[in-house]
Design a protein. Structure first.
Length: 132
């Protein structure tokens, strides 16, 4: 275990960061679905996405759940078997999800929100690079 942590500490911390981030995002969306839909309808009020927000949020929720599952399984395989592929696929789906968030923020003209997503995206790409 210690040799895995010694050899892959950055990867492990990046995976833990994204597992925590996506898990909390999923939990918040499910715990207050109506509030989440209302918030995003308001946020995207002046875009073409406003009327299809519940469907888009459902798709995002599925991607986030898939990401949490893959990253968690990937972390397990990394620690137990020193296998990187599942974690890498999880981070690749995470990167796709973040790109969707970025497009949404740009459509809403929320440039500060887009900049915040960029920070996550950079860390995500570093994680993919380290797992390659």
């Amino acid at each position: 275990m210690m040799s895995i942590f010694k050899n892959h500490s950055a990867e492990i911390f990046i995976l833990l960061f994204f597992i925590s981030t996506y898990f909390l995002s999923v939990f918040e969306k499910i715990a207050d679905w109506k509030g989440t839909v209302a918030y995003y309808k308001s946020h995207f009020d002046k875009t073409i996405l406003k009327n299809i927000m519940p469907l888009l949020l459902l798709k995002i929720l599925v991607l986030e759940i898939l990401t949490v599952i893959l990253l968690t399984i990937g972390l397990y395989y990394l620690v137990v078997n020193n296998t990187l592929i599942v974690a890498k696929v999880g981070l690749e789906i995470s990167a796709l999800t973040l790109l969707l968030f970025l497009v949404g923020q740009r459509l809403a003209k929320d440039y500060q929100g887009a900049m915040n997503i960029t920070v996550y995206f950079i860390l995500n790409i570093i994680g993919i690079y380290l797992l390659t």
